[in-house]
Design a protein around this ligand. Structure first.
Ligand code: BGC
Length: 913
């Protein structure tokens, strides 16, 4: 037995993070027992956990998902902790020693903000000569604006990029803490290089704002080097006017436009730093998890394009920077451009809009390895000019993303689906650079609230991301404070304050989802005011006449069902008032539920009543008295079913099925409909149709993109046309994770791993896999907050299937198997295997013995009929209940026997489900 995944506030050994609350979590593996009987948590300031400052003693109430501890913490202090678990089988184990370290907490800064001439384009290097001996421990507390990198004697401190990260800089500034004990032993010089970033560079898609900095115009730095000498005395070296400023060779840096370095520039004489006179928002210990180079990609091909360019192909669309070895004569300009696709074999970056996404290096004649400091690119292809005899190995792509450990894996019997899953994982990597962004390449890269709530459950299946989202939610809440509870479409808002349904609702949906996945109610406690403020804001706007329905709404963004002159209008065809009211109801429900979880009974009651009222309003306005949804779109019907807008709803299920039938079983949904579409189908007895949508290889569908060579998820269903041409350039990213939300459905329904709100954090799950003959097999592994679940199935033949599951220690699964009369059962920790004959054939076969109705219902069989027996699709509906064969034999159709045999041969090949 061993204890693993020991986390403090959902991070492993966090250094210098903001710790409003202290929450420990862990999981148990390889135990003979099934449940935790007792546990003990010990916290100490000593690495051997002696003299504890807290000792729970062996207790039966220690929650492995979230043991919350009210401990008065001291600043600048490392705490160590262990957990011991005894199981119901009497065995006992103790974890390794874990730690967390506080930052400055409320201790005032001795350092001053310092600045320099910020009109000089050469990026500044602030420095301080050091004369420190006898270093016991040393920490650096630091924030530099826009972005900073720190060096001791030329060696970079830490492995993070893009610090101090992206947040609402008007409200709070994050500082990081580094352990510099080692580097300081003989360190003589501390240097901090500053760049522009989100703070001082252009950032925002709004043309009124994106040409100039929104948050600040000057470079600034604050830092304290705190040394604890061997004798216990403390020395602090703060930033002040004694620091000097020299100039680097970086002459331009921008999140969107890239970076320029002129290595030929002469050194400039250093100047003294000056004290900053500007009033700055409060400094706050970091919440952002580290952005690091987490993968290195080597080019798969060096291409000489038809138009004569030199282009490297990384084989994978990604976000990050690069490393390039160059050795060119002095003055040579080495120029790089980044793009996601090729067009007619040539380099292409027209879809990046105004983002220049380039890199320019002017060589000083020396051999060097270049790597950008203060930008990142979303790219697969890089065009390079100025480097003679370039070889593939001179270049590598450095993939940057936040710390989001991978915890989910999914493999199926389809290579295309497997590639889709990988694409969604890459989509997350590319868009989890400190904030959840819409895309990493063009002139946006912003924290769109809608996109992030849509993708959040998928992110939680794929990765451990509570700490990542906690920072985003903090930012969201700070934006709301100035907006009377409204939640902007993007967070940080960069001054764009419009709110709309499905986007602003991120305020409620994300915290609830995190609670569901992690079972830690502290996230609800933290976000409750924000959740409530959003719903209160909606209530105000909605007033007595449903004003929220009339506000400008994004709607079912990028749906395909609202064609105007052959081009789909971005809002889709689903009534935006309906969407607005349904989301209003959903958010209100979540406020009520969150209130109940955190013990606010009165609020729980009040918001539950408001929820019921909004639901009634929705029914009154958008449903006929007999319960027909009056908004006849795939998305509205899917929302009706998935969100249980009506209690007993068969007719809207039938309506959705018909809607698909009328559209050849092709989807038309946008950002809001797509994530719930397959779930709505699986829940309503149309699981086969859900799989058909997943497995459809034609436009529009997930596998269309995969077949077109996508390595991430596209923003638009038709990003590329079948001939490989880009469909439009104004809003067409090839790395947009929203439609990747299908992966949530795959973990929940295909693998059957459903979280349950009554036992959040996967302590108890519903295990209800939905199988499919065509997909053949699936293996999913999910390291949930409570432990690792495995769910696998394998279709052996048309009538036989086998399953294997593992349920982690301390957990329970309510198992419901498909196509069997076996009753549901409860599984406890352990391994399970089932194999049985299904109660109906798994493969739907077709023949002329089927009724005409059945054959006409399915688009594939309908097409076979139409091509083999022209006119057969016009048989009067009064005859539809007869079998095709009996009708055609009855009417004495010439050559009926042969025709029926030919038809049977063709129908046998359809065998879709
Ligand atoms: C973004 C989207 C976003 C949308 C809505 C787009 O520009 O890329 O993902 O949700 O705008 O405003």
């Amino acid at each position: 037995m061993k204890i693993v995944n020991c986390k403090t506030n959902h991070m492993t050994n966090p250094l210098g993070f903001h710790m409003e609350k202290l929450v420990f979590s862990y999981t148990v593996e390889d135990a003979a027992g099934k449940f935790q009987d007792l546990a003990r948590i010990v916290v100490s300031q000593n690495a051997d956990c002696s003299n504890p400052v807290f000792d729970s003693g062996m207790r039966s109430d220690i929650d492995s998902l979230a043991f919350s501890l009210d401990l008065e913490l001291k600043p600048y202090t490392r705490y160590y902790w262990t957990v011991t678990v005894r199981t119901d089988a009497g065995e006992e184990a103790e974890s390794e020693v874990n730690w967390f370290e506080t930052a400055k907490m409320d201790d005032p800064w001795q350092a001053k903000w310092i600045t320099c001439d910020s009109t000089n384009p050469r990026h500044p290097i602030f420095s301080k000569q050091l004369d420190i001996t006898d270093v016991g421990e040393a920490r650096l507390y630091i924030c530099g604006l826009g972005l900073y990198e720190t060096y001791i004697d030329g060696e970079k401190i830490g492995d993070e990029h893009l610090t101090p990260y992206c947040n609402n800089y008007l409200k709070w500034l994050q500082y990081q803490t580094y352990d510099v004990t080692e580097q300081l032993q003989n360190g003589k010089k501390l240097e901090v290089l500053l760049g522009n970033g989100w703070y001082k560079g252009r950032y925002s898609f709004d043309p009124r704002r994106n040409q100039k900095p929104y948050y600040g115009n000057t470079w600034k730095l604050i830092a304290e080097l705190r040394v604890t000498h061997a004798d216990g005395s403390i020395q602090v070296i703060p930033t002040d006017e004694s620091w000097s400023v020299s100039r680097s060779k970086i002459t331009a840096s921008s999140i969107y436009d890239g970076e320029q370095v002129d290595a030929t520039l002469p050194d400039e004489p250093p100047q003294a730093a000056s004290a900053c006179t500007e009033e700055l928002p409060p400094l706050h210990a970091r919440l952002s998890t580290p952005v690091c180079v987490r993968k290195t990609l080597h080019p798969i091909e060096l291409i000489h394009t038809p138009s004569g360019e030199t282009v490297l192909d990384l084989g994978q669309n990604m976000a990050g920077i690069f490393r390039l070895r160059v050795h060119e004569p002095k003055g040579t300009q080495i120029h790089l451009w980044f793009g996601e696709i090729l067009q007619e074999g040539n380099f292409y970056n027209g879809n990046l809009r105004s983002a220049k996404a380039e890199y320019l290096y002017i060589s000083d004649g020396k051999e060097t390895v270049i790597e950008p400091y203060f930008t990142f690119y979303g790219y697969r292809y890089v065009k390079i000019e100025g480097a003679q005899d370039l070889k593939k190995d001179d270049f590598c792509g450095l993939v940057l993303y936040s710390e989001i450990p991978k915890i989910g894996t999914m493999k199926t019997g389809s290579a295309l689906v497997n590639r889709l899953v990988q694409n969604v994982e890459w989509g997350q990597r590319g868009n989890f650079i400190d904030i959840p962004t819409d895309c990493p390449q063009r002139d946006e890269r912003m924290g769109f609230t809608g996109d992030s709530q849509i993708f959040c459950p998928t992110a939680c299946y794929q990765t451990d991301c509570l700490a990542f989202f906690r920072k985003y939610l903090h930012d969201l809440q700070t934006e709301q404070e100035a907006l009377d509870g409204a939640v902007p479409g993007v967070v940080p808002s960069v001054g764009i304050h419009d709110s709309c349904a499905g986007w602003g609702d991120a305020a409620c949906i994300i915290p609830w989802n995190l609670y569901l996945f992690y079972g830690d109610k502290s996230i609800l406690e933290e976000q409750f005011d924000s959740m409530k403020a959003w719903v209160d804001y909606l209530a105000k706007v909605d007033g007595d006449d449903h004003g929220w329905r009339n506000v400008h709404q994004n709607g079912d963004w990028l749906a395909l069902d609202n064609l105007k002159d052959g081009v789909a209008a971005t809002a889709g065809a689903t009534d935006t008032g309906f969407i607005a009211s349904v989301y209003y109801a959903l958010s209100t429900d979540l406020v009520a539920k969150a209130a109940a979880v955190i013990g606010k009974a009165d609020e729980a009651k009040a918001y539950a009543a408001l929820h019921e009222k909004i639901m009634q309003d929705v029914r009154d306005e958008y449903f006929s008295p007999n319960g027909r949804c009056c908004i006849n779109t795939q998305t509205a019907l899917a929302m009706t079913l998935y969100y249980h807008l009506l209690e007993h709803d068969e007719r809207n299920g039938e309506a959705l099925q018909k809607k698909f039938k009328d559209n050849d079983n092709k989807l038309q949904t946008g950002f809001l409909g797509t994530p719930i579409l397959c779930g709505a189908l699986s829940e309503s007895g149309m699981n086969d149709l859900a799989y058909e949508l997943l497995l459809n290889e034609d436009y529009p569908g997930w596998l269309y993109e995969v077949k077109m060579g996508a390595t991430t998820v596209w923003e638009r269903w038709n990003g590329l046309l079948p001939d490989g041409r880009i469909s439009s350039t104004d809003m067409n990213s090839f790395n947009h994770y929203a439609f990747g939300a299908i992966v949530e459905w795959m973990y929940r329904y295909c693998a059957g791993i459903h979280p349950l709100p009554e036992a959040p954090g996967f302590k108890k799950i519903l295990l209800k896999p939905e199988i499919n003959y065509q997909l053949k097999s699936l293996q999913a592994e999910y390291e949930s907050a409570a432990g690792t679940y495995r769910s696998a199935w394998n279709v052996l033949d048309e009538n036989h299937v086998e399953f294997s599951f593992s349920i982690p220690f301390g957990c329970e699964a309510r198992l419901v198997l498909p196509h069997t009369d076996m009753s549901p059962q409860t599984l406890q920790a352990g391994e399970y295997h089932f194999s049985y004959q299904t109660d109906k054939p798994l493969r739907r076969t077709w023949s002329t013995h089927d009724t005409i109705e059945e054959l006409l219902e399915n688009p594939k069989t309908r097409a076979v009929l139409a091509s083999t027996v022209p006119g057969s699709d016009r048989v009067p509906s009064s005859m539809h209940k007869q079998s095709f064969r009996s009708l055609f034999l009855q009417i004495g159709y010439p050559g009926a026997k042969d025709m029926l045999d030919t038809l049977d041969a063709k129908l046998a090949k359809v065998g879709a489900w």
